[in-house]
Write a protein that binds this ligand. Structure first.
Ligand SMILES: C[S@@+](CC[C@H](N)C(=O)[O-])C[C@H]1O[C@@H](n2cnc3c(N)ncnc32)[C@H](O)[C@@H]1O
Length: 265
């Protein structure tokens, strides 16, 4: 098990509190398309798919085939995406070279053996396929609203893998670094809505602070929401998107390569 367990309480809270609607995630739609370059026949692994939000969004947005793998039976039971597979980052129930890309959203800090996960991902990805990691990383809390009200949670975040750790682990396993960018999303229509919908069990950093620190943060957030009033602006958070690419060449590049081989280059 990783940092927290996705038992019934966490799964219930996650299903209730952590769903992004398609409009709120519009910037993610654009960023993912830029790196994944989805087209007819593209098949993508959603690793640690949770309650299936992203697998469903990707299917709707791009019309591609999603393969969703999730270890927690409680999360799978609440999935909005049918046909989720049981499995773990270090033991994927998929054949070799099966997928054209992998999406890993807010999962990486739960993976206990990141090296084993990177090797397993390399096995199931086709040559040249991208891995898109959406996450909060150690040291990068500034653009995430909750950390403003729950500063004790920053220490928890700092126990997550850093961008450098993840990048180095993947490059050792046969990936190359492609990009790191911060992608905005509308997490709530207002701070008042954010605090009304907040479920502690849906957020690993909030579960791992003391009850007193959580209560104090909730007070700070409620006060700020009252001060902001009814005309409050939406809550916009920016999570990181780290993109890596499996070694080898993509399908589209293979033809060019065979020409080169034929021409003796
Ligand atoms: C914060 S949730 C994110 C769910 C989903 N990816 C999303 O963004 O909505 C973290 C998920 O990672 C899963 N997880 C934990 N350890 C894992 C592992 N070793 N391999 C794959 N998934 C794992 C959990 O069961 C949980 O569903």
């Amino acid at each position: 098990m990783g940092m927290t367990e996705y038992a019934a309480e966490q799964a219930e809270a996650f299903a209730a509190n952590r769903q992004l609607d398609p409009d709120a995630a519009a910037h993610w739609r654009e960023a993912v398309a830029r790196h994944l370059r989805p087209r007819a026949g593209t098949r993508v692994l959603d690793l640690g798919a949770g309650t299936g939000t992203w697998a469903r969004l990707f299917t709707d947005w791009y019309g591609i085939e999603m393969v969703a793998v999730e270890p927690s039976a409680e999360m799978r039971a609440r999935s909005v995406f049918p046909g989720m597979l049981a499995g773990d980052a270090a033991a994927l129930p998929l054949p070799d070279a099966y997928v054209d890309g992998a999406w890993i959203s807010t999962v990486i800090h739960h993976v206990t053996d990141l090296g084993a996960a990177a090797a397993e991902l390399r096995r199931v990805l086709r040559p040249g396929a991208p891995v898109l990691i959406r996450s909060a990383f150690a040291g990068r809390h500034e653009q995430i609203t909750l950390f403003r009200y729950f500063p004790e949670a920053i220490r928890v975040l700092d126990g997550y893998p850093s961008v450098e750790q993840v990048r180095d682990t993947f490059t050792t396993a046969g990936f190359e670094f492609v990009a790191l960018e911060q992608v905005p999303q509308v997490s709530a229509a207002s701070l008042a809505q954010a605090v009304a919908n907040l479920r502690r069990a849906a957020h690993t950093p909030l579960q791992l602070i003391s009850d007193a620190a959580y209560a104090a943060g909730l007070d700070r957030m409620r006060t700020a929401a009252r001060v902001a009033g009814p005309d409050a602006t939406p809550v916009v958070d920016r999570l990181d998107l780290l993109v890596l690419r499996r070694d080898g060449m993509r399908d589209g590049m293979r033809d060019e390569r065979s020409d080169e081989v034929r021409d003796g280059k």
